[in-house]
Ligand binder design. Sequence first.
Ligand code: HEM
Length: 416
Amino acid sequence: MVISLLSPNKISQVESRRESLASELNVRLLDRANLIATKAVDHIMAELHQNMTKGSINCKMTSQHMAFTLLGATIFGDTFLAWLKSTIYEELLMMVAKDACFWASYSVIPFWKQGFWRYRRLCTELKWLTQDLVQQCSKYRQYRHMEPSANLGMEAGVFLQDNISLQEINGRHNVRDESCGNIMSLLFHGCLTTGGLINNMLMRLVTHPEIQHKIYSEIIMAKKGSEDKAQPVVEKMPLLWATIYESARVMPAGPLLQRCSLKHDLRLKSGVIVPAGAILVVPMQLVQTDDSSWGNDAGKFNPYRFLSKTEKTSASPNMDASIAGHAEELKDQRKCTFVLKDPNKNPAFLPFGSGARACVGQKFVTQGVATLFASLLEQYEVRLRSGSKTNSKPSTNYSMSQDFLSSELVFARRNN
Ligand code: HEM
């Protein structure tokens, strides 16, 4: 495990970087999360409208691209959405991600393999492109400084607004390389995991049309009750959130979590002692589908496990009567409402890890994915293309073990 090789000094550096990133994502970003996600989602939807003219859409490619755009727009802001090289950047990022673990598995540099040198060239190109993007953000910031009245919506990215990256990138060469490395690592991890979650959500929605239909009603109802019609009020969509959590539960982004206590032996509740330095491995999928934590239907997709019902004493007068086509459901929803449970209350819910090294991106990525699906499902019904199979065995495309289902989907435009 990497951390066991670090000196105490390095460990405190890692901890302080983790804290800066966490506060960047969870404090500053969350204030603007809706705006950023909505802007990125508008961009994704515009592309989707164009692609729909070509007929069906590949689930794997689409989810990967949605994740890339969502994260790119969050990290780099408007500059990313206008950047002409983003398509080539996405291709390169995915090519490098595909091969990275394979080449890292050699204990000596495999200089005799041509493939390795090809991979190294791709990494160098990726680094140059990352630097180019960071430079564009930097120029954009200077321009904004000169033109304070210009209001282009988002600023030049969340991480690039303060000393996390730009100061370092403008500094010494090796620090610049390290910063690019950090940005690329975040993009690798973020794109693969977020792409996996979006992919899994899409497949669950097409195989459970009744859930998709109910989420659609929820979206329409939330919109009716909201003053700002342009911005989806995802907080009022408990079933959508529950579907995100349930998708992450049934198919986690990675197979294992690892932990290592460097200094002290650990005594588990069962009395077992884990000696200092030993690596503890948690098999995520097993824990997340274990009957003793999740009940008899642990292996089934059931978002309602994350919701609790509250009975209503009287129907609210203005509610939803005008929403055509959903009368039955709305009757149900008048009788009771659903409240979202906190998924992290169940210690067996581990898609984002747990404790001191848990994923720092959880809050903002779930917010982004919720906003994406609220816009998507409001405008489209997602179906499987006739003849296309929901291959239940996902292809492990990346050595990072993120599984993607590659069925063909149709996005049928709704007549809202
Ligand atoms: C659906 C999307 C995502 C999933 C499922 C996911 C999952 C995970 C998991 C399982 C871990 C290891 C946690 C542990 O060992 O307890 C992790 C770590 C991490 N994630 Fe994510 N992640 C996602 C998206 C993101 C995004 C978008 C970012 C940032 C842009 C991010 C940043 C991080 C960081 C920095 C760590 C390392 C934390 C540390 O070691 O202290 N993640 N993530």
